[in-house]
Design a protein around this ligand. Structure first.
Ligand code: GZL
Ligand code: ZN
Length: 339
């Protein structure tokens, strides 16, 4: 680990056991708490800029990374929560550079706006791992990306809907669809929207009435669904680009005196497959959920250890994922879920 030279808190290098340690690492600094602790030279110091805590998925993702990058596993993790603001992520990356961390892990809230700060990390000789979402930069500016195939998730949702409608004898019927999109410009939003659109184009009886940004949150999802229900008399399908927006959409549909799910008028498709989505499918509110696996911790740990050992790693690494719907034994599957 690089020894951090005097920054805001003032460098106080303690020599112990012949190795220099710094006691100036600031842990969990997103809380503003100044927890001064000793950092053992042998630990791999990782700065992690996390988007926020906007969804169940995000919280599971944070837990997974924190559970993997522990001191027992040989890491010193500096965690920064950006509260869903890109400027906070850029500030966090700059603070990691100042602290001369060994690696930077960044989950970029949107794909654009990263060129300058990632060039600064490269100039400082600090490898950057993109996790979860991608940044639209020269691929020389990051070592690898660990993510999920959002476009395939969107396509799977479209194929599932086509199969579901055919089985219901509705493959010729006019199908009116709205989409609650994730944060505009986020990899998950771009991929899911594009993937679903590719299938929609195959069905000239499907019409996308409107797509609105629900920012991956339950509150915004409910608000957007209320707007769409007021605007469109007939909605047959709601594509929700994450579970939390789907929960908000179900509340809005109920409050409008409408019905949804396998026994309702409106088909609800969602992405992530957190435990609460299983509860919603079991309750008959949601028809199908397309998994996006947040348990990135163990793979990140493996990537970091490989890099520390001087090995090269694959530039793009995907998480495994599948889908679930109400034809399955959801109660028992739910018990096997880790998030
Ligand atoms: C998906 C991830 C998305 C989740 C949302 O890879 O970026 O962000 O689908 C989360 O729940 O907010
Ligand atoms: Zn995904």
């Amino acid at each position: 680990m690089r020894i951090k030279r005097g920054i805001a808190v003032g460098a106080a290098l303690l020599l112990c056991g012949g190795c220099a340690v710094t006691n100036i690492q600031e842990k969990e600094s997103h809380t503003g708490m100044q927890e001064i602790t000793e950092v053992d030279e042998s630990l791999i110091v990782v700065g992690f800029s996390q988007i926020g805590s906007e969804s169940d998925w995000r919280n599971a993702h944070t837990r997974s990374v924190k559970e993997a990058l522990t001191e027992e596993n040989g890491f010193y993790l500096i965690f920064e929560d950006a509260q869903q603001k890109q400027e906070n992520q850029i500030k966090a990356v700059r603070s990691f550079i100042l602290q001369e961390v060994d690696y930077i892990v960044l989950a970029p809230i949107v794909e654009t706006g990263w060129d300058a700060v990632l060039q600064e990390a490269k100039d400082a000789g600090i490898p950057v791992i993109l996790d979860d979402r991608l940044a639209d930069v020269d691929e020389e500016l990051y070592t690898c990306w660990l993510g999920t195939n959002a476009e395939r998730e969107g396509g799977d949702a479209g194929l599932w809907l086509a199969d579901y409608l055919e089985k219901a004898g509705r493959d010729e019927e006019k199908i009116r669809i709205v989409t609650l999109q994730g944060t505009t410009g986020a990899t998950a939003q771009i991929g899911r929207t594009n993937g679903f659109h590719k299938v929609l184009e195959q069905h000239d009886n499907w019409e996308m009435l409107e797509m609105m940004d629900g920012d991956f949150t339950q509150a915004k999802g409910q608000e957007v669904m209320e707007t769409l229900l007021a605007k469109y008399e007939d909605i047959d399908v709601v594509v929700c680009e994450n579970d939390n927006m789907a929960f908000g959409a179900v509340d809005a549909i109920r409050e409008a005196g409408r019905t949804c799910g396998p026994d309702g008028d409106i088909i609800i498709l969602s992405f992530d497959a957190v435990k609460a989505a299983f509860d919603a499918m079991i309750a008959g509110d949601i028809n199908a959920v397309f998994e996006c696996n947040p348990l990135h911790g163990p793979k990140l740990e493996k990537i970091l250890n490989s890099l520390e050992a001087g090995e090269t790693v694959d530039k793009i690494q995907y998480m495994e994922e599948t889908y679930f719907d109400t034809t399955m034994d959801l109660e028992s599957i739910r018990e096997t879920r880790a998030y």
